[in-house]
Design a protein around this ligand. Structure first.
Ligand code: FAD
Ligand code: NAG
Ligand code: NAG
Ligand code: NAG
Ligand code: NAG
Ligand code: NAG
Ligand code: NAG
Ligand code: NAG
Ligand code: NAG
Ligand code: NAG
Length: 626
């Protein structure tokens, strides 16, 4: 049962290049209306009502209700909810995939098949329940050969999932969760490294099915933009977006990972890109969003409509300000790309030469990034040996010979060190062909590893003293067993066209985004893990913070335990973000760990480990302190 908004409000798609009216996808025209609610019996209308007043008495209950609480919606209420959805199969009772490996549902053949495919990210992205960072689900149902969960339980997985087919489904789910005190989460692909797309006892709204995509060859925006643009559904992934752009001879600013949900958490958190040293962050290129607000309303957020929300959605983080159903972004003329890759190994050249050779590359971070180049590289420890792998040095709009000359001074240094250097240099005629060839399919996150990251300002690399100190901190991490997975990139405001948005200001002065990880033994106890994580967050990562005071960390690739995260993720933009959040979502309907306005609540886990495997409750200590 659903309703269409009056056709007068719809932009005919044939008018797209001239019209400034709201262009909605078909699935965005199917909406919940006040008129429809009026046709329902009062008791049912209350379940789905829009207004904030309908929210549960927030002082009455300390926690969001769980399925075992007396206050969880009745089976009858869930059935009513299911009937209101655009189709009955849109409501899914969550079942962990690896339930075929345990207890009553055990099926050895199915479990074996699943285990074989487990690390393939598609296995989880295309599943309603799973996420790609299983430690934050609580590891309560993994294939036993990967991690023995003992029993299969839902753990930090949601209880129900709405496989959303249209805006109506999102609005109903959001209103139903809000009005009934049920925790709400939003999952797109499940890539979030901190587990922010899952939650125990939650109703999960799954946006993966919003796959429409539309190209505008001459989009006209009241803010002054005229040019190519792409409007893409929130479920669109990088491999789909890049292909669509390529089909029209343009490029868009998106990430390196093939399956990342570009128009969900990625762009809402900022979004760094192989084109980032040329064009800035992905969020810098957004023309507008269509979004369901925490009150349940479906609105446009762009430079003239809901401008505060528009500002906040561009960098303020996913799952906080609203549920986005589509995003319109600028597109640019395609360009040739040259990519270079090489690997150095300390086992071949010895440690001293190895570190000198890595240092020689780092000495050029500023000049490479200012030449528009993006480098994705890793420095991996392997016992007493190390490898440095460039995968790749990605030079937009450069020929192979231009790249060879940019690398000339580095190459000369290696020759002087007597280190053999023979990079593989490939010229591609388009961005798409380069991206396809150079970035492999990502795998599932490991079950015994956590990560953290830091943005390193250009000033760190501007003097020899700075380079010495900074390089020592990076090298120190690797020498103590922590891999460095990093991006030499400079998404400056000038490169981005000076946008005013909520992207972490630390990005604008950085030339390096470096990630590192902490692992523990598979058999480690909760206490062991807590100790390992403490040593990581307050030790290993502190050393990076010490050399980058006042900088920050990228919220989409950060430590779940990031200290002082408000400053770290948003710097001086936090105060404005918080005031927008308080206005948009006074009942904290949308809550994610370390998201804007998340301070009053936390997930209470039984083992004390950071995860989504516990009830979301008001943080008594924080509430008392404020
Ligand atoms: C293999 C891999 C490669 C990556 N590469 C890059 C990269 O090149 N550049 C980069 O910047 N980042 C990269 N990332 C990080 C990536 O940006 C984040 O994981 C991001 O959160 C993914 O968004 P998602 O929607 O796909 O994931 P999800 O986990 O589904 O969602 C992430 C967060 O956004 C929220 N959210 C999702 N959809 C919506 C929506 N429609 N409306 C509102 N909130 C929503 C969720 O609630 C959650 O809080 C990578 C991650 C991985 C695992
Ligand atoms: C913003 O959205 C509104 C409503 O959809 C639309 O009328 C307006 O033209 C849009 N503004 C811009 C700058 O795109
Ligand atoms: C909310 O709940 C508290 C505690 O149960 C109660 O004192 C208060 O009157 C309630 N407020 C409303 C508006 O119902
Ligand atoms: C296991 O996978 C194979 C290959 O995809 C398939 O043929 C087989 O039917 C699967 N078995 C089960 C029990 O799902
Ligand atoms: C693994 O997944 C792929 C699809 O991603 C599927 O084609 C294949 O059959 C699966 N293999 C097994 C053994 O289940
Ligand atoms: C499985 O769960 C049951 C019921 O909660 C519990 O009694 C049992 O000890 C669990 N088994 C394992 C191996 O964890
Ligand atoms: C790419 O190079 C061409 C030729 O040098 C230049 O005209 C164009 O502006 C460049 N494009 C970008 C995005 O820098
Ligand atoms: C940087 O480190 C090198 C090697 O340790 C040293 O020779 C040099 O003096 C240092 N430079 C500065 C400015 O500290
Ligand atoms: C856990 O910590 C204890 C006490 O420090 C230690 O003895 C034990 O080896 C650790 N176990 C693992 C698996 O790390
Ligand atoms: C780091 O130290 C601070 C201050 O002592 C403490 O509050 C915090 O919990 C520690 N972080 C971790 C991950 O242990």
């Amino acid at each position: 049962m659903w309703f269409y908004i009056p056709t007068a409000l719809l932009a005919a798609s044939s008018l797209v290049s001239l019209s400034q009216a709201r262009t909605l996808f078909k699935y965005e025209r199917i909406q919940l209306t006040h008129e429809h609610l009026e046709t329902l019996p009062a008791e049912d209308a209350k379940l789905f009502a829009f207004d904030a007043q309908a929210a549960p008495n927030t002082t009455a209950s300390r926690c969001r209700y769980g399925p075992d609480d007396g206050k969880w919606p009745s089976a009858k209420a869930w059935t009513k909810f299911q009937k209101q959805l655009s189709s009955e199969d849109a409501l899914i009772k969550a079942v962990p995939q690896a339930s075929v490996c345990y207890g009553a549902s055990k099926n050895d053949a199915k479990c074996q098949n699943l285990t074989k495919n487990w690390t393939n990210s598609y296995t989880h992205i295309d599943d309603p329940t799973e996420i790609l960072s299983p430690i934050y689900q609580g590891l309560t149902c993994q294939p036993p050969s990967i991690y023995d969960s003992g029993n299969c339980t839902l753990g930090g997985s949601p209880t129900y999932v709405v496989k959303a087919k249209n805006v109506l489904d999102i609005q109903l789910g959001l209103n139903f969760a809000r009005n009934n005190g049920v925790r709400l989460v939003v999952k797109n692909t499940g890539h979030d490294f901190a587990g922010k797309s899952t939650g125990a006892g939650a109703l999960s709204l799954w946006t993966h099915g919003f796959k429409d995509i539309q190209f505008f060859d001459n989009y006209v925006d009241e803010s002054g933009y005229r040019g190519p643009a792409i409007k893409a559904g929130a479920g669109i992934q990088a491999f789909e977006l890049y292909k669509a752009a390529n089909d029209h001879g343009v490029v868009v600013i998106a990430g390196e990972g093939q399956t990342v949900g570009v128009m969900g958490g990625y762009i809402l958190g900022g979004g760094h890109s192989p084109l980032g040293s040329l064009y800035g962050m992905a969020a810098d290129h957004v023309l507008g969003f269509e979004v369901v607000t925490p009150f349940g309303d479906f609105v446009s957020a762009n430079s003239t409509s809901n401008p505060d929300l528009f500002w906040a959605l561009r960098g303020g983080g996913g799952g906080s300000f609203g549920i986005v159903t589509s995003v319109t972004v600028k597109a640019y003329k395609d360009m040739p790309i040259t990519a270079a890759s090489w690997t150095l190994s300390s086992a071949k050249i010895g440690n001293d030469k190895f570190w000198s050779a890595v240092r020689a590359f780092a000495d050029n971070f500023i000049s490479y990034a200012d030449s528009g180049i993006y480098t994705y590289f890793v420095i991996l420890p392997n016992g007493n040996d190390f490898t440095f792998s460039i995968q790749p040095f990605f030079a937009p709009n450069r020929t192979a010979s231009a790249v060879a000359s940019i690398l000339q001074s580095y190459s000369s240094k290696l020759t002087a060190l007597n280190v053999p250097f023979s990079p593989k240099i490939t010229e591609y005629k388009s961005f798409y062909s380069a991206w396809q060839a150079e970035f492999p399919l990502e795998a599932l996150s490991d079950v015994r590893t956590a990560l953290g990251s830091r943005l390193f300002p250009r000033s760190n690399f501007a003097s020899e003293t700075g380079r010495n100190v900074t390089f020592a901190a990076l090298r120190g991490a690797v020498e103590t067993g922590h891999p460095v997975i990093a991006f030499n990139i400079a998404p400056t405001l000038a490169r981005a066209g000076n946008p005013d948005n909520a992207v972490n200001p630390a990005w604008r002065t950085s030339v390096l985004h470096a990630i590192t990880t902490q692992s523990w033994e598979i058999s480690a106890s909760a206490v062991n893990i807590t100790n390992a994580r403490r040593a990581f967050t307050n030790g290993t990562m502190q050393k990076w913070r010490d050399v980058t005071p006042n900088s920050g960390s990228y919220l989409n690739e950060a430590d779940r335990l990031e200290p002082n995260w408000q400053q770290s993720f948003w710097g001086d933009k936090y105060a404005r973000l918080l005031s927008i959040k308080n206005e948009m979502d006074p009942n904290d309907v949308l809550w994610v760990n370390n998201g804007v306005g998340s301070e009053g609540w936390r997930v209470e886990t039984k083992d004390g480990l950071p995860s989504e495997n516990g009830q979301l409750c008001k943080d008594i200590q924080k509430a008392a302190a404020s």
